[in-house]
Design a protein around this ligand. Structure first.
Ligand SMILES: NC(=O)C1=CN([C@@H]2O[C@H](COP(=O)(O)OP(=O)(O)OC[C@H]3O[C@@H](n4cnc5c(N)ncnc54)[C@H](O)[C@@H]3O)[C@@H](O)[C@H]2O)C=CC1
Ligand SMILES: O=C(O)[C@@H]1CCC=N1
Length: 278
């Protein structure tokens, strides 16, 4: 029952805001039960408060005892300091949820008190409009009721996928970072549209609708992308020509490299932090 739960964000950046927006729009957690904190930057907190009607305060002023779920949403390199700060203030029945790329549940467990409940999640910024693909994996001590709550909380932001923690790096490469690849694709497509005479705003809308339609076809028809692609491709037609150019310019390889590099970076962040920790 999320209505009675209190959620506190550590960090008020773009990911925190996307999650707050998703939660507010889903109307599952009342705004008065959402606390948003930052280490510094009162202006950013004022902006968030005005936009969403949530409580905002500096981290030191948070009413820690009232919080059910702490959501860590600062940069990964701020995790150690934030967890150390939290350790003295948190009870065993309170849960730490991390959205930080590369921060493992075992790292969090090690930095917090014995048997502290932690959950690692990986949303993306489409949480803002409740269309995120979000992963969740559990720590060693997570209780069922807390797993359910966090799943419900993440469902306010889109689709939730429970995965093994070993899959978190690739999930980050695919879905956490994923929106950026599509934005990049859209930027490039828009450039061509404009160069060839379309008005920028119109080109942008055409491209967005095209990507949205393709994604919706995959989701709603349940067919493999290759099958859908073949249906677009008339023999010796325009699509054939376009896809051949993509292949000639190593388009597939470029996409695969992007995902693999992002996944590798997630792993590398973990290794760097764990090295510092030992
Ligand atoms: N932006 C994205 O698409 C996604 C980001 N993430 C993760 O979310 C986290 C935040 O990313 P962004 O929002 O993009 O970064 P951001 O730079 O926009 O925001 C970070 C925020 O944390 C605050 N902060 C820094 N140290 C702090 C501390 N010790 N305690 C409290 N607040 C602190 C900063 O003032 C800032 O408001 C990262 O760890 C990232 O891996 C995860 C999924 C997607
Ligand atoms: O770029 C990053 O590190 C974060 C994690 C996933 C998306 N943004």
């Amino acid at each position: 029952m999320l209505e009675n739960k209190t959620v506190a964000f550590f960090g008020a950046g773009s990911m925190a805001e996307s999650m707050i927006s998703g939660m507010i729009h889903a109307e599952k957690v009342p705004a008065q039960q959402i606390y948003v904190t930052n280490k510094f930057n009162g202006d950013r907190l004022t902006e968030i408060k005005e936009r969403y009607g949530v409580h905002t305060m500096l981290q030191k002023d948070l009413p820690y005892e009232e919080v059910d779920y702490f959501i860590m949403a600062m940069k990964p390199y701020g995790a150690e300091e934030a967890l150390a700060f939290l350790k003295d203030k948190i009870r065993p029945d309170q849960v730490v949820v991390s959205v930080l790329a590369g921060i493992s549940t075992s790292y969090m467990e090690e930095k917090l008190n014995d048997e502290q409940q932690v959950i690692r999640v990986m949303p993306n910024t489409s949480s803002m409009i409740q269309e995120s693909a979000t992963a969740m994996s559990l720590g060693s001590y997570t209780q069922k009721r807390h797993e359910r709550d966090v799943k419900d909380l993440l469902a306010c932001m889109g689709e939730v996928f429970i995965i093994e923690e070993e899959q978190m790096d690739v999930f980050t490469g695919l879905a956490g970072s994923g929106p950026a690849y599509f934005y990049y694709l859209m930027e490039e497509m828009e450039k061509v549209g404009v160069e060839q005479g379309l008005e920028a705003k119109k080109a942008r809308k055409i491209i967005a609708q095209t990507i949205y339609g393709a994604a919706k076809m995959v989701l709603e028809k349940g067919e493999a992308p290759i099958v859908l692609r073949e249906r677009v491709t008339s023999p010796n037609g325009t699509t054939h020509s376009g896809v051949e150019a993509l292949k000639a310019h190593h388009g597939g390889e470029a996409i695969s490299e992007a995902v693999q590099h992002a996944a590798a970076r997630s792993k590398e962040i973990r290794e760097e932090l764990e090295k510092v920790a030992h």
